[in-house]
Design a protein around this ligand. Structure first.
Ligand SMILES: [Zn+2]
Ligand SMILES: [Zn+2]
Length: 447
């Protein structure tokens, strides 16, 4: 009560969360770990500070990573509110699954406790000069792969091979092994060679879509919309009969009755099954947005295969919304780091050829932008190496020798030389340039 109200400065650093509004949104657990690093304290000390701020006393064996702070339970609410209060950064509950609290049953979100991650995402963070961070999607056990890199998530350190090394420690620097300190994004050492099943990618994408939307939901998803959607499905697909619906999903009829009449909501796992079997997205199901929905032609076999076999769903003809594809391509054009057409195709789950065929202009623009980007990147490497090369050439000439690769490698550090493409051509340019700028001096030296 006696705090000075005129001082709006936050107690803790106001770190900006990563990836808000995208499927790659940061998890609150990651935010918490970064905050501890930012203040140079252990996670235990930071968790004590937070608890004290809220007047909670903390047990001696208090273990913050048992709290599931990015889930849908009370602890997620307490921690996100506390962190928002102390950092002055609003809406930190969007770094948790809380926005879906009314449509996922209390015990219906299982959290992956040993800390899974995608090495390629960490590697990309570093390549983009961003601090590596844990994605909220990785917290759910329903997400077993990275839909961007199409690799299974892992919880083993690529350097020391130990398990559960992502965040269970007193000092956690997201992206580095808590056991050996090795970089968890070291993709050269990562043993994850197995291909992921299309069904896992589908599940990861559905959850990604939820997380991407949770920052700008007009209305918080609520149970009545969700149950409305299930009622609509049961009525349109099965004439209102719960029995065939429950058979398809593989649950008891009484459970369906319970949701529809008395209350209660399915687990995330069951909701994903409903979405897959009835051809709606998880987000549509949760938000009750099914205005145009028509039941798919019911083929038990097909729906079953989608969830449990290795067959790619690509075999089925697919209607493509080219207006939306075009919009996405245009959005790719303004990404800060350009992407290749192949990468764009991968993100849209299409073939590059199709993009060239049906969205030609934008696709070519993407291709052009990528080429220029590569060129600029290479030029930048040459520009960085240029002064070293000039200096080395003059020195070699000074010793009366000819400029050769070997002589250059003796004088210029490898880190400078190895990224330079076509080193011999560049060396020719350097020497020509030197001769033109100071022809007399150089000729004397050469002679
Ligand atoms: Zn990834
Ligand atoms: Zn390690």
């Amino acid at each position: 009560m006696n705090r000075p109200v005129t001082n709006p400065r936050s107690t803790l650093h106001a770190l900006i969360p990563f990836g808000v509004g995208t499927a790659d949104v940061e998890s609150l657990l990651s935010y918490f770990c970064r905050l501890a690093v930012s203040h140079g304290v252990s996670t235990l000390i930071l968790s004590r500070t937070i608890a004290q701020h809220f007047g909670h006393s903390i047990a001696a064996n208090f273990d913050w990573h048992e709290r599931q702070i990015a889930g849908i339970r009370e602890s997620a609410l307490t921690w996100s509110a506390a962190l928002s209060a102390l950092t002055s950064v609003q809406n930190l509950d969007n770094l948790t699954f809380l926005p879906w609290r009314d449509v996922i049953s209390q015990n219906g979100l299982s959290i992956f406790k040993r800390g899974q991650f995608c090495s390629h995402c960490f590697a990309e963070d570093v390549a983009c000069e961003r601090q590596p961070y844990f994605r909220l999607a990785w917290e759910s056990t329903e997400v077993t792969c990275c839909p961007v890199h199409r690799k299974p998530l892992s919880c083993d350190c690529p350097s020391c091979g130990k398990n559960n090394v992502r965040h269970t420690a007193a000092v956690v620097v997201p992206g580095w092994c808590t056991h050996c300190g090795g970089f968890l994004g070291d993709t050269t050492k990562s043993k994850n060679l197995e291909e992921v099943e299309p069904a896992s990618i589908w599940r990861a994408r559905q959850i990604g879509e939820l997380l991407a939307s949770q920052d700008n939901l007009a209305v918080r998803p609520n149970r009545s919309q969700f149950i409305g959607a299930i009622t609509q499905i049961v009525s349109k697909a099965h004439g209102g009969m719960a029995a065939p619906f429950s058979r398809r999903i593989g649950i008891a009829k009484s459970t369906v009755h319970h949701w529809l009449k008395e209350g209660g909501t399915p687990s995330l796992e069951i909701s994903l099954k409903i979405a897959a079997h009835y051809g709606v997205s998880l987000k549509q199901l949760f938000t009750g947005e099914l205005p145009q929905w028509q039941p798919p032609v019911l083929n038990e076999q097909l729906a079953f295969e989608l969830l449990s076999s290795n067959q790619t769903p690509r075999n089925a003809p697919r209607t493509i919304d080219w207006t939306s594809i075009e919009e996405k391509l245009v959005a790719f054009l303004s990404l800060p780091t350009p992407i290749s057409v192949l990468e764009a195709a991968r993100r849209l789950d299409m073939e590059a050829r199709q993009l060239y065929l049906r969205a030609n202009k934008t696709t070519r623009q993407l291709g052009e932008r990528w080429k220029n980007y590569l060129k600029r990147k290479q030029e930048a490497k040459v520009v960085a190496a240029w002064p070293y090369l000039e200096h080395a050439c003059l020195e070699i000439w000074g010793e009366g020798k000819t400029v050769t690769r070997r002589e250059i490698f003796k004088r210029v550090p490898k880190e400078i030389l190895s990224p330079v493409p076509n080193l011999l051509n560049v060396l020719k340019d350097v020497q020509e340039h030197l001769q033109q700028s100071e022809p007399m001096a150089k000729r004397e030296l050469v002679a």
